[in-house]
Design a protein around this ligand. Structure first.
Ligand SMILES: [Zn+2]
Length: 68
């Protein structure tokens, strides 16, 4: 992890960024950008912040690990 936010283009302290993986896209973001930048779901038109999408993806991965 580079600890570099690709939205505000600043370097963050170690672990200061999260990386959201959507298919082949890797979006690295700091906390302020995670709450500011939004993504639109192409299927539902739902708009969520990066931080919200990051949490959803993390929850989904967790469920995948639990279920056989
Ligand atoms: Zn940022």
């Amino acid at each position: 992890m580079a600890d570099h936010c690709c939205f505000c283009d600043t370097r963050r302290p170690m672990g200061g960024t999260n990386t959201l993986v959507l298919g082949s896209d890797w979006l690295e973001f700091c906390e302020p950008c995670g709450n500011k930048e939004t993504l639109t779901n192409g299927e539902t038109g739902e708009v969520k912040t990066l931080a919200e999408v990051f949490d959803l993806v993390r929850e989904e991965r967790k469920e995948e690990l639990i279920s056989p």
